[in-house]
Design a protein. Structure first.
Length: 376
């Protein structure tokens, strides 16, 4: 028998510390925002924008998975709706259940949402990786009796070491050495890689934030620093710093969680794009090729990743409009009459790959919709 427990207060997350760590370590492609510490920080710092709605799924008395959801106000062309969605926080995102039993977790959670009183208008799940999801989200909606609309959302890039031949590795390393030679034209440069305890204790990690101040807003820099510190405390963060003539001009943050290497943020002083290119190349072909099975990155890194041999893949957005909310049904009708984004044939979901040009165009469209405040 499947039962579901709801967690709605950040203070309650501490009770699941041991269970959460165990499930997170066994989650394929786990992300930083799926960790308990990061989600607790997110929930505490966004109390005015979102309310926590975490679902812990049990089979019998045994917990098998966690579905981290938040309820937030969603701006649409017909007004504001309350939406259940995955947490997203700048470069950090959570787009799936936590634990190795993804199918049972999704089915149990969606059946619970369908059977309990609804304080939401839509379920809006974005950034779902078709290659990793394998249709689980689609099937869970169907089993729960909820007909969801599936649309293209954004792209991410994936590179697997098992698919990288010797000749390809040699070609990319040659590309990296050429990028390094070009960087010397800007002056003498020094590359530094910090990780683990070395990272948390290094003064360079603190200094690099102050050096990049003109690039990023104060509030965003503070949040990014806090999230990076959470990853550093658990030994999952690496920081690459590039100096030209003694001055920090770029840095790249990445996490290594389980078997997946994921870049989080790359900031660069104006006029030093070559330094950022070298940092990205070193991340892939010095760190990744040394043993990490999989490299994956979000839309903001697709253009760099494609230049270094990664393949862009489409992600999808699943939206269920509650039958008990008139405004939600009006929005569903408006989406059918004049779609803001492309609807996807669910039969084609598991194996969709986006050409590089299409992926960049799709990311630009998503960015424009976010700027205009009209995600539908």
């Amino acid at each position: 028998m499947i039962t579901v427990a709801e967690v709605t207060q950040p203070e309650q997350l501490e009770e699941y510390r041991t269970l959460w760590r165990s499930l997170h370590q066994r989650t394929p492609g786990a992300a930083l925002l799926q960790s308990r510490e990061a989600l607790e920080y997110y929930a505490r710092t966004h109390t005015e924008e979102v309310s926590l709605r975490m679902l812990v799924v049990h089979v019998g008395m045994q917990p098998i998975g966690i579905l981290p959801l938040v309820c937030r106000q969603l701006p649409t062309r017909l007004g504001t709706l309350r939406a259940l969605t995955y947490p997203t926080f700048g470069a950090f995102r959570c787009a799936g259940p936590i634990g190795p039993n993804s199918t049972a977790t999704l089915v149990g959670a969606f059946q619970h949402l369908a059977a309990t009183p609804r304080d939401w208008d839509v379920i809006d799940l974005r950034g779902i990786d078709a290659l990793r999801d394998h249709g689980r989200t689609r099937n869970a909606f169907q089993i729960a009796g909820m007909a969801a609309i599936v649309r293209n959302w954004s792209t991410h890039a994936v590179l697997r070491r098992s698919e990288l031949g010797v000749s390809e590795q040699y070609q990319r390393r040659t590309q990296l050495r050429e990028a390094e030679r070009q960087l010397w034209k800007s002056g003498s440069w020094v590359y530094q890689h910090l990780a683990g305890e070395e990272l948390t204790l290094s003064a360079d990690f603190d200094n690099c934030w102050r050096s990049i101040e003109p690039v990023v807003a104060e509030t965003e820099r503070t949040s990014l620093r806090d999230m990076a510190w959470i990853a550093a405390q658990s030994g999952q963060l690496s920081c690459q710093i590039m100096r030209i003539q003694g001055r920090v001009v770029a840095y790249l943050l990445a996490t290594l969680i389980g078997e997946s290497l994921q870049p989080l943020e790359m900031l660069c002083q104006p006029g030093h794009s070559g330094a950022a290119d070298v940092l990205f190349g070193k991340l892939l072909y010095d760190d990744f090729c040394s043993g990490t099975p999989e490299f994956t990155c979000g839309p903001q890194f697709v253009s760099q990743a494609v230049r270094w041999g990664a393949q862009p893949h489409l992600t999808h957005r699943y939206t269920y409009f509650s039958a008990y909310r008139p405004k939600a049904q009006m929005l569903r009708l408006a989406q059918w009459i004049k779609p803001m984004t492309t609807t996807v044939d669910v039969a084609e979901i598991p194996n969709q790959v986006a050409p590089a040009e299409e992926s960049l165009q799709l990311h630009a469209e998503r960015r424009q919709l976010r700027i205009s405040g009209r995600p539908y």
